[in-house]
Design a protein around this ligand. Structure first.
Ligand code: NOJ
Length: 736
């Protein structure tokens, strides 16, 4: 087994020494340079965005600067696809460059390569990291078969603000849940052995604080206490290091005034010094060049120097290292050792990937045999149905009963294959996606009527008559509403969090028919939809579920699968509440009836749906919470019973609070979860064990401390409900 980069291997370090001693400065800088191909010829991107037919991508003419490969002046490519093309470029590096150092090829394989899985936020709602490990492993298998070595995933940014479109790409708002998913995805992408040609090097991104963008606007300023950085934003990155992640990506944002792409404190002191990371850091796309725009560097050369000295080893597409570093070294402004150390880190990952021995890790035959395999699609369906969160189910209207004869499926997202894929799915094709309408039709003998009803985001009033007509004929209306794929992801922040365009107006018209109304949401972020929550008879959050969206939704709708997802991010009641998250600190005036409290005068302070919330077709009861404290650990137990008539899974959640501390602490924090399957009537004792050190926090001097005293504990079905107890930890106990 190849040990992950956290631990050095002397034989690899010796090989790196030998190479370094032969390399010219240009060759060294080449290893730190990642190019994206420049597009030549007249490819019409606007037309492609309007009709995203993957066939059109074949027409792109690219220039890879092959002369750079021969000179040894490039070490990596971003965005090259296909085993043949990758092998062709690799061959130039191996056979025509002086030292024959292999190139590393990276791409954004975020939630699948050809087999597109649910968006990461959706997967997190399964609360099953093992499932995410499996989908990452399949993504790696397909992408590696297509010649790739490296994915720019997982995205492990904590996101507490639903306006930020990139909330779709991560695991939501919680550091504990986020860490579990970060580690699982790293393991899935990388496997046990980076040299295994069925896996990829992973990349924890975007380091760091990117999700804290002010006002939820992408790329925006980030200001936060360092304690918040350590307690909330850092843990998933630390978990990725712990899981052996090979690379990191620095971010676009500044953090308290210092861009994260030139931040020595975060990139070197924390990442290398405190977390012990031994892989390499790549910048985000042009984030080195943007140091100039930030007003942190004077020009591209200055930017390159600042990024490299801070700890960014590889420059993604700015070419700042290539054009600035040699001169800086020659004039003595930059020590050669800084360059050598960065080259060492890049070469280390190339050695761990086995690229020196096996530079061609796949071929076209293996590539085509590996894509969209039946077993991959099966997992895609499983992952998709487990990502669905049941938010409301009045009178048990779901699952739909067998006596239903006519179903009106209405809504702009009901038959939209492209939108099922979500953002970062350009390697897949919507042509392979099964829409929700198709899924429903395939799963029922009832007559299925369909009208789109409105566009996703129309700016003018629309005619709802076709939808109205079929709704009136049907026994039940299933309305599929939400966001198009392009409304979340990078650079897709929103001002409003309601249903876009005329969708809510259409829902109101459908409600007026008096027919039972089942609303299926498909979107990339939490939405503020109080009218829907109040008026729908049933509400299913299905996110963007990938290729198998249709079958997965149908499984839940008709009861082949009992929904088990729980929200990984809080749903605000109104956009004005954002950022809203369950683990907020205490205030001196918590919201209450008294006027002078922390509340709004025009709406609730509580969310529409809290973090961790999700229903099932069965019901669960919690009883007998019991806490035991000893010198080694705290043991918390409760009995969970399936009190309904169907077998079902419950995500049992454990929360903790430290009510009196030397710093104001969150009202509660997730400290554990277990997903259990219970037959009707079955009771299970669920046990959590916590170490004393898991009760700590960063004090005013940034020291991690556990303070003795009282702690509160909850075990329950979500962050707002559950059995409550307390326990005490004495100073003597902590001192052992
Ligand atoms: C910019 C994005 O921020 C990042 O997530 C991605 O990996 C790079 N572009 C490369 O595509």
């Amino acid at each position: 087994m190849t040990t992950p980069p956290k631990h050095l291997q002397p034989e690899i370090e010796a090989k790196i020494d030998a190479l370094l001693s032969q390399m010219t400065l240009l060759e060294k800088v080449g290893q730190l340079t990642q190019l994206g191909a420049s597009i030549v010829g007249g490819f019409d991107f606007t037309a492609f965005m309007e009709n995203p037919d993957p066939e059109l991508l074949k027409d792109i003419q690219r220039d890879f600067h092959e002369d750079w490969i021969k000179e040894g002046a490039v070490g990596s490519y971003l965005g090259v696809q296909g085993a043949d093309e990758i092998n062709r470029l690799q061959k130039i590096a191996i056979e025509e460059s002086r030292l024959g150092i292999p190139l590393i090829f990276g791409l954004d394989v975020i939630h699948g390569y050809r087999t597109i899985f649910p968006i990461p936020l959706a997967e997190a709602c399964s609360w099953e990291p093992e499932l995410a490990r499996q989908t990452a492993e399949i993504a790696a298998r397909e992408a590696a078969a297509a010649g790739l070595h490296w994915t720019f995933a997982p995205m492990v940014d904590i996101a507490r603000d639903a306006r930020w479109g990139r909330i779709a790409e991560g695991s939501g708002e919680d550091p504990f849940l986020g860490s579990a998913f970060a580690a699982a995805r790293v393991r899935g992408f990388q496997g046990d052995n980076l040299a295994d040609p069925q896996h990829l090097a992973a990349c924890a991104k975007h380091y760091i604080g990117y999700g804290g963008a002010l006002a939820g606007r992408d790329y925006n300023t980030v200001e936060m206490a360092l304690q918040t950085l350590y307690e909330i934003y850092l843990p998933p990155f630390a978990a990725a290091v712990e899981a052996g992640v090979a690379t990191f990506m620095s971010a676009f944002n500044d953090l308290n005034g210092v861009p994260t792409t030139a931040n020595r404190f975060t990139l070197t002191d924390i990442l290398r010094g405190q977390l012990g990371f031994r892989g390499f850091v790549v910048s985000d796309s042009n984030s080195i060049g943007e140091l100039v725009t930030h007003g942190y560097a004077a020009d591209r050369k200055d930017a390159g120097q600042k990024a490299l000295q801070a700890g960014v080893d590889m420059d993604m597409v700015t070419e700042s290292y290539r054009w600035g570093i040699p001169e800086l070294v020659e004039t003595g402004e930059l020590p050669l050792e800084v360059v050598d150390e960065a080259v060492r880190r890049v070469l280390r990952v190339k050695f761990l990937l086995g690229l020196f021995d096996h530079p061609y890790r796949s071929d076209a035959k293996m590539e085509s045999a590996t894509q969209l395999r039946a077993d991959h699609l099966e997992i895609a369906r499983e992952a998709a149905r487990r990502a669905i969160v049941l938010l409301k189910n009045e009178q048990g209207i779901l699952p739909l009963k067998e006596n239903i004869q006519k179903i009106a499926v209405i809504g702009p997202l009901a038959d939209s294959a492209f939108d099922m894929l979500g953002s970062w799915s350009f390697t897949g094709s919507y042509k392979n996606a099964v829409t929700i309408l198709a899924g429903i039709k395939a799963a029922t003998e009832a007559e299925v009527l369909y009208a789109s009803g409105c566009e996703t985001n129309a700016q003018q009033p629309e005619d709802f008559s076709a939808a109205w007509e079929i709704a009136n004929q049907a026994d039940v209306v299933v309305a599929v509403m939400g966001e198009s794929a392009r409304m979340s992801g990078e650079a897709a922040s929103r001002l409003e969090l309601g249903l876009p365009g005329n969708q809510e107006a259409l829902l109101k018209a459908l409600k007026a028919t008096g027919k039972p109304l089942v609303v299926i949401l498909s979107n990339g972020r939490p939405l503020a939809v109080p009218w829907v929550a109040q008026n729908a008879d049933a509400l299913l959050e299905t996110w963007q579920l990938g290729l198998q969206a249709g079958p997965a939704v149908a499984d839940v709708l008709f009861g082949a699968y009992n929904p088990s997802g729980k929200l990984a991010a809080t749903f605000p009641y109104a956009v004005g509440q954002t950022p809203i998250y369950y683990n907020h600190p205490n205030t001196g005036r918590p919201a209450g009836d008294f006027w002078f409290t922390s509340k709004y005068i025009d709406g609730p302070v509580t969310p529409l749906y809290p973090f961790g919330f999700g229903l099932s077709y069965t019901t669960f009861a919690y009883a007998d919470l019991d806490v035991e404290v000893d010198a080694a650990k705290i043991t918390i137990r409760a009995n969970v019973t399936n009190t309904g008539g169907l077998s079902g899974e419950e995500v049992v959640q454990l929360y903790l609070a430290d009510p009196v501390a030397s710093r104001v602490r969150p009202v509660k924090e997730l400290k554990g979860f277990q997903k259990i399957l219970l037959a009707p009537g079955e009771t299970r004792k669920v046990t959590f064990e916590l170490t004393h050190s898991s009760l700590g926090f960063y004090d005013a001097e940034l020291r991690y401390v556990v303070e003795p005293g009282q702690f509160k504990v909850w075990m329950g079905p979500n962050s707002a409900e559950g059995l409550e107890s307390e326990f005490w930890i004495s100073r003597e106990l902590l001192l052992g």
